[in-house]
Design a protein. Sequence first.
Length: 551
Amino acid sequence: METVEYLIVGAGSAGCVLADRLTEDGKDSVLVLEYGGSDRSPWIQMPSALSIPMNMARYDWRYYTEPEPHLNGRRLHTPRGKVLGGSSSINGLVYVRGNPLDFERWEAEGAAGWSYQDVLPYFKRAERRAEGGDEYRGGDGPLETRRGLLTNPLHAAWLEAGRQAGYALTPDMNGFQQEGFGHLDMTVGGGRRCSAANAYLRPAMRRGNLTVRTHALATRVLFEGRRAVGVRYRRGGLFHEVRARREVILCAGPINSPQLLMLSGIGPRHELAVHGIDAVRELPGVGENLQDHLEFYFQVACREPITLYSQVSLVRRALIGARWLLASDGLGASNHFESGGFIRSRVGVRYPDIQFHFLPLAVNYDGSALAREHGFQAHVGPMRSQSQGWVRLRSAVALDKPRICFNYMSRSADWEEMRACVRLTREIFAQPAFDRFRGREIQPGAGVETDEQIDAFIRDKAESAFHPSCTCRMGRVTDPRAVVDPQLRVIGVEALRVVDSSIMPSITTGNLNAPTIMLAEKAADHIRGAALLPRAAVPYYTAARWQSAQR
């Protein structure tokens, strides 16, 4: 029987961090089980190729939702990385930490010790920012980040339009002030994707006390009584078992972690009973509280041939790829989401609840529809939807994909926010900064003006921003909805933790890769019993007139 000190399930954003941190002293043996394989492909490593791996069965679990009842019954793609690096190897490379008030909210929701002052030191420990560190940003961590060069003039137009519309310009969305228009950071270093695998796992794999086993599907956690003692997994058509002396740590993500818990007898009793699974510990919150960001693409035709549409031909793309392969620079070295913004949708909202990613191209993010003309777009959507969904078992067989329903747009407040997204974005694109470039409105279209017309557009066109989370929420041990405590230990059992975006009590304001890496950095200290980093006593921005002004 193979035995290690720590057993990690999943080599995604969190699993890679833990594999590094738990082995860095050279003492404890760690095994990482990952169902996917190598991340060496240029489709993964080249930043501008981001839409390709998320649509390849080799790297993506190919999950789809159940028919979404409020989106015309559409089944939406839910990409999840099935590769070393997990979803950090197939995501859009946007580095957004979230708003400081997200973490104040976490603590109020029962995540003691996870306030902004608690988590900022772990954001800093993780980051190596090309522009250097400061009191908010890290300068010597493993995860490389940088700003885009903003060489396309449409980025400057976007930022100026935001200013003309009455919004602030912020020098750093990940620093003192998230609210406003400004540069977006990306997880790119040396012209290559800086996934969690590149930042953490690959350097750690040189250590003799770390083993990474690919193409290994965890099928259940093994228990003796209520203590987790190992994992059963399938590899090469055979079943194997491995034991952990200290802990089993699930880092399988917001879809697979709750699935594996339920397959192992931890979850809602009625859900386990339906599939004939004996309950080890009833936890009603497992698989519930599923949250995401929903968005749409506001697209405008461009009157000048300056967009990335001029680069989409096969010849041009081949030249971009060749330059990147030779020099790791040029257009291939950017995700092209180089500017964006965070604003408040209405009076009385304390901090931003709308996010923008600006792109100098009119195209579907996932590459499912090619650009057809010169255009530009803003990806826009609400940050704190009240709608919640679930992840449930399809069967007791690990290879059967779980059922997923986000229940998007099930609350009236979500419709109000989406209407605000359409109208506020239209106002920004109408500013003088875009006069030179602005053609017709491709989408939603000039005829989409009334609430009813906007609602119909959203039902037909809204897409996931690919930020599933919160299905194993962290909270007080007395909270019947909580799955893990603030040290990320599964409540009611021993030697089992969950460390990934599923443990977020509520979704953060922005993209989720940065906060997922942060929580794994902090989890490593909890697991090792190390002293936590000193709290950071720094201020953060809140709009002075948020109760009386939208901007």
